[in-house]
Design a protein around this ligand. Structure first.
Ligand code: ADP
Ligand code: MG
Length: 458
């Protein structure tokens, strides 16, 4: 087994994450919050915290962008808790895209604010409403919720909007994405008086920013992304693999490397189930997590993950957003995501708050362009990693026949000086079943990947 160059490996630089000039006390925070932060061992604010907190304390709307794992939760949570009066029932509404994130954000704020006497309640679908009612009847100051459940509770008159003076969207690009956009419009539009509004995310596209600004009043935009959007302490590499060999390769890597706590990301729920079952069958302590599972089961898996008593979590992108679990040492992209930004979110699950992490991506021969797009966004060159002792499976007969045909045609067309390669390798897209993993070669593999694999090796 050889590891190629490690261009992306950089030593951890404290100043890349933390503000080395200001302390939390310098930011003018009330004493109970300073005590809470000290209890948690937060010594210095991160860059986004040092920049966002004073602006938010001054009452301004903010649009904040910073890498994953840089403490954006505390960046909006601290000023909010500093400013909200103890008698402001339902004074702050924090919206997040997933149930797990609602629980996590509520917990983090609860921990930081433990000496403030503020009540923070997470609300999310999947949990029975009657379990949430008593908590809401205690008139918490801060609600952290998923949009669907928030709207539901408001309709039942359990969650009034009249007193909301702070609104937060975490993972704002996801929240203003097509899936949630209408819900957000309804919720934010339903708040009678413009609340102080804080939006944060690791990635914000120009379209999303335009949308976001419709909800913000003369916002300050804070961007603490230096050169790269990616977490610099994640050692990234890719493994070239044929689609029919992916499961086998995953198993091979997990056995060869015995990583501590690994999250494997798959594109579909079905793949999550298939991969989990395969790993279990081969002696790996793998657990699945995706949106079709019952909430209770998801909670159980998350608990195990947090306790560190779980080896491998196989997950859909549900888990790629904002989840902060200590000590995830490895992230594996079993499927590359179509959207390069999702890659950034996924690998951000490791290397939290300055620790180191490893990310591997399984890349099929036809995914060279996607890999390049990811490299461009992450502003990093992802080196290839080869496992010399991996024995590839047999090329399925259909694929072999097809490749041979394509080769022959290519040779012929090269002869006749025709370069129309794409048309000769075209296959009937309706016939996806003939190709493993549903991967239908509609074009020859981009030569770039093959070339890179060869040239990158040292
Ligand atoms: P983000 O939302 O930017 O991805 P999180 O808010 O989830 O990041 O924070 C990542 C981790 O860093 C959490 O475990 C959090 O408790 C920790 N953290 C946040 N701020 C600090 C700080 N100033 N010092 C030390 N750890 C911090
Ligand atoms: Mg976050």
């Amino acid at each position: 087994m050889t590891e190629s160059n490690n261009l992306t490996t950089q030593p951890l630089q404290t100043h890349e994450i933390f503000d080395t000039v200001r302390t939390f006390a310098d930011l003018g925070l009330p004493e109970p919050l300073l005590r809470g932060l000290a209890d948690l061992g937060f010594e210095r604010p991160t860059h986004i915290q040092a920049q966002l907190i004073p602006i938010a304390l001054a009452g301004k709307d903010c649009l904040g962008q910073a890498k994953t794992g840089t403490g954006k939760t505390a960046a909006f949570g601290i000023p909010l808790m500093a400013k909200i009066p103890a008698d402001a029932a339902f004074g702050a509404l924090i919206l997040v895209p997933t149930r797990e994130l609602a629980i996590q954000v509520a917990k983090e704020l609860h921990d930081i604010g433990r000496h403030t006497g503020l009540h923070i309640v997470p609300v999310y679908g999947g949990q029975r409403i009657d379990q949430q009612v008593p908590k809401l009847q205690r008139k918490p100051q801060i609600i952290v919720g998923t949009p669907g459940r928030v709207m539901d509770l408001r309709e039942r008159r359990l969650l009034p909007y009249d007193n909301i003076r702070f609104a937060v969207l975490d993972e704002v690009d996801r929240m203003l994405d097509i899936g949630f956009r209408d819900d957000i419009r309804k919720i934010l539009g339903g708040i009678p008086k413009h609340p102080q509004t804080l939006f944060v995310s690791a990635t914000i596209s120009p379209e999303i920013e335009k949308l976001a600004r419709q909800y913000l009043h003369e916002p300050e935009k804070i961007v603490t992304v230096a050169k790269s959007l990616t977490v610099s302490q994640v050692r990234q590499s890719y493994v070239a693999v044929e689609p029919w060999d992916k499961r086998k390769m995953l198993l091979h890597i997990l056995k060869a490397e015995t990583p501590e706590l690994t999250v494997v990301f798959c594109r579909t729920k079905r793949t999550v189930d298939i991969v989990t079952e395969y790993l279990q069958k081969h002696g790996i302590d793998a657990h699945a997590m995706h949106g079709d599972m019952y909430q209770r089961k998801r909670d159980k898996v998350m608990d195990k993950l947090r306790e560190g008593s779980l080896g491998v979590l196989v997950a859909s992108d549900l888990a790629s957003r904002g989840l902060d679990v200590d000590d995830i040492s490895h992230v594996v992209n079993y499927d590359l995501p179509d959207d390069p930004e999702v890659y950034i979110h996924r690998i951000g699950r490791t290397a939290r708050a300055g620790r180191e992490g490893v990310a591997w991506s399984l890349v099929c021969p036809d995914q060279g362009d996607l890999l390049s797009a990811i490299e461009q966004l992450a502003n990093v060159e992802i080196p290839s990693r080869r496992f010399e002792d991996f024995a590839p499976g047999q090329v399925p007969a259909e694929v072999a026949a097809h490749r041979e045909l394509a080769e022959r045609r290519k040779a012929e067309s090269d002869d006749s000086k025709s370069r129309d390669i794409v048309s000769v390798t075209k296959v009937d897209p309706a016939d996806a079943s003939r190709f493993p993993g549903g991967l239908v070669p509609t074009a020859p593999p981009p030569r770039r990947l093959g070339g890179r694999v060869a040239t990158r090796r040292r």
